[in-house]
Design a protein around this ligand. Structure first.
Ligand code: GLN
Ligand code: ZN
Length: 699
């Protein structure tokens, strides 16, 4: 059986992609050097594909394939690489958005008029013009990811015509067209858009590989005679039941190797899956990764942990697997391994001890109206990063590092007192990343050495691997020392800071032998232990961050409930602590439409949310639901360097007051300040505290 792979990571074995982009941005290499290095990185990528029979070219990008596509279609006009990056970084950067429910973020173009024309020839730019198979994001998915002024179907014909120009310019090529947009719950208008696009492209269908992933595709896809159709049978195994609908001449690109997971394929499970596919489809089948390989680290070659080496497969090894999977599966199919899945009853087995909100509120810290606070992190400048790197290398002793962090905490507390904030934080200087830090301090979670994955542009992160029973290492406190040191520097309450179970899981790889629900509940228990230690240290307020609470949810509505059940239950476990502790949570991407009951079920005393970038739409959700606990609608967009104007703050606060009773309102920025510079945060924070002062006088 032949094999097919796509989406191999662009990051490079030693993160060359990051180095190259950043060197170009810092002017340490010329435009020519930059270009030739990019081509080298792409050449290496393509070399790795030698492990399979088929792969597309043209996947390389200057920053993001969706933005590239906007240039190809003439939404923006391509001058040179420098000007391209103006859409990626700095003042005119396009908004970063989640790519479906993954941790990759794309740049979101805005579409005004329905006018497109094949403009920038990215295919030639990346020297893929002679390739027999060329990759592009699909027209439907492209439209669905853009911010559009008009309804999506009004762009259908125009976008299809621009794609037709591209296909015509390369008359001998087949195109690998990625349409994961088909795997969401599509509205009738979206279905119309898809149909119109591909009806218009009828003359080209015999040259298109239509690739879907992250879920089963909408059935509409079976009505078009594509040359090949790619299906993710791992996340969308239900599609097996529809295989008889595929036109006979279409080749099936069967996504059977789980590329959203670093764990080796389970030949038993994948084996029986392949037998079912085989039994339901008589045409040609190619075996493939189930979703793009860029969600995986490059290869295992940089790792030394025996568990990782034995049980994992990164992008290179997943391709190796493809060629052996079929043979192995033939011999061992049928014997399913049982992974323990928690039932909802099990999750609910231990009742919650915390009293109802109105009762426990009386026992918690007393604060003025419109309390002010921040979300947790303070600027991590070059010095912080340098000291951490030296400490990790061993050139800075633990004592010296500890002293350095203590000094940073002391300064940050003093700074917050000067500003006049009500609830202070220690600043999170000891943490490089909010998930990595906890992963390193918990048993059962492994860290790779070189397992970098791109989250957007040149930015990489190393997801932890959940591999066993989770608890705090030696059951020792993970964060209490820093927070109580901060509390020792001030009379004001200092808020302890933890990362929640759903977020830790969303940004990790969970072993297939462990159910996410079990892992989440174990993390919840570890966090509860931590909060109890906070209490002993005299901390009265604790924030459990859940920025990925919504992101971690499955793509299809019908699968949401199972997720939210364990995600909320694990949070409730973590925060099932003394009534006297005020529990905060924080979420970044704040579209709560449809999930308010779950937000409510978290039973947090205070929730802070990012609101500015979505134009404070979130207020509707809180008002419509009749939310009764406290809310901090982020008033300062920390992604912007500019301090918000006092009048703008007033105006936004007025909007908040119209939707949320004043006793419930907190005043805070909309996210952590980690990425801001120290000199950029003073004025905005002063304006927030001034606003609170003024409101208190009025109240
Ligand atoms: N407490 C974290 C911080 O301030 C929250 C980060 C986040 O929302 N992603 O950095
Ligand atoms: Zn945030």
């Amino acid at each position: 059986m032949q094999t097919y792979a796509y989406g191999f990571p662009r990051i490079g074995k030693h993160r060359e992609y990051k180095t190259t982009l950043e060197s170009f941005w810092n002017d340490t290499i010329t435009a020519e050097e930059f270009y030739s290095q990019l081509l080298d990185i792409d050449a290496d990528r393509c070399k790795q594909y030698a492990r399979v029979d088929h792969f597309p070219r043209g996947e390389m990008t200057l920053f993001d394939p969706i933005l590239d596509m906007a240039y190809m279609l003439g939404v923006y006009s391509f001058q040179d690489c420098r000007s391209y990056y103006e859409h990626c970084r700095g003042k005119n950067a396009l908004p970063l958005k989640k790519y479906f429910n993954t941790n990759y973020h794309y740049l979101q173009p805005t579409l005004k008029k329905a006018e497109f024309a094949f403009s920038w020839d990215k295919i030639r730019f990346f020297k893929a013009e002679d390739s027999p198979l060329i990759s592009l994001p699909g027209p439907y998915t492209f439209l669905s990811l853009c911010e559009t002024e008009a309804s999506i179907e009004t762009y259908a014909e125009a976008v299809a015509d621009a794609y037709a120009e591209i296909f015509t310019a390369y008359p001998h090529a087949t195109f690998h067209i990625e349409e994961p947009g088909l795997c969401t719950d599509m509205s009738p208008k979206e279905e119309v858009a898809f149909s119109r696009i591909y009806t218009r492209l009828t003359p080209f269908l015999s040259r298109l590989h239509l690739i879907t992933y992250y879920e089963r595709p909408n059935k509409i896809v079976y009505t078009f005679p594509f040359k090949a159709l790619g299906i993710d049978f791992i996340r969308g195994h239900e599609a097996v039941a529809h295989l008889s609908k595929i036109p006979e001449e279409t080749t099936l690109i069967a996504g059977v190797s789980d590329s959203l997971h670093v764990w080796k394929s389970d030949t038993h499970r994948e084996g029986s899956l392949m037998q079912r596919i085989r039994a339901s489809y008589t045409g040609t089948i190619l075996l493939s990764n189930a979703a793009p390989l860029f969600h995986l680290p490059y290869s295992l070659s940089g790792e030394d942990n025996p568990v990782i080496l034995q049980e994992c497969a990164f992008a290179c090894e997943k391709m190796d697997e493809l060629s052996t999977l079929w043979n192995k599966a033939e011999t061992s199919a049928g014997q399913h391994k049982n992974t323990s899945l928690n039932t909802v009853e099990e999750l609910h087995s231990s009742p919650r001890n915390r009293s109802p909100y109105t009762e426990r509120k009386k026992k918690q810290v007393q604060l003025p109206l419109f309390p002010t606070t921040t979300i947790g992190s303070f600027p991590q400048d070059r010095e912080v990063r340098r000291m951490r790197a030296q400490y990790r290398k061993g050139t800075l002793s633990p004592a010296e590092y500890k002293n350095f962090i203590a000094q940073k905490i002391e300064n940050t507390i003093q700074f917050q007192e000067e500003i006049g904030l009500d609830v202070l934080v220690h600043g999170e200087f000891e943490r490089s990343d909010m998930v990595e830090f906890f992963a390193e301090n918990m048993e059962g979670i492994l860290q790779t050495k070189q397992g970098w994955i791109i989250s957007y542009g040149s930015r990489g992160y190393r997801p932890p691997l959940i591999a066993g029973k989770i608890q705090r290492k030696n059951n020792a406190p993970m964060t209490v020392a820093e927070v109580s040191y901060a509390q020792g520097c001030t009379e004001k309450p200092v808020k302890g800071m933890l990362t929640g179970p759903a977020t830790i899981l969303a940004w990790s790889f969970v072993s297939p032998h462990i159910s996410s629900a079990t892992a989440a509940m174990e993390i919840g228990q570890a966090l509860k232990d931590e909060i109890e230690d906070y209490k002993k240290a005299g901390i009265q307020i604790v924030q459990v961050d859940e920025p990925a609470f919504k992101e971690g949810a499955p793509l299809r509505k019908e699968k949401e409930e199972a997720y939210y059940l364990w995600a909320t239950e694990a949070f409730r476990r973590a925060t099932d602590v003394s009534d006297t502790i005020q529990i905060h949570t924080h979420m970044c991407y704040s579209d709560f439409v449809g999930i308010m009951p779950w937000i409510d079920a978290l039973d947090a005393d205070v929730i802070s949310v990012e609101a500015t970038r979505a134009g404070f739409q979130i207020l509707d959700a809180f008002r419509a639901y009749g939310y009764t606990r406290e809310v901090g609608i982020g008033l300062w967009d920390i992604h912007s360097k500019e301090a918000p104007e006092a009048e703008a703050l007033e105006k936004n606060l007025t909007a908040i007051e119209e939707n949320i009773p004043v006793e419930q309102i907190w005043i805070n920025p909309d996210c952590g300040l980690k990425t801001r510079k120290q000199e950029e945060i003073k004025l905005p924070l002063q304006r927030l505290t001034a606003l609170a002062d003024r409101c208190r006088k009025d109240a």
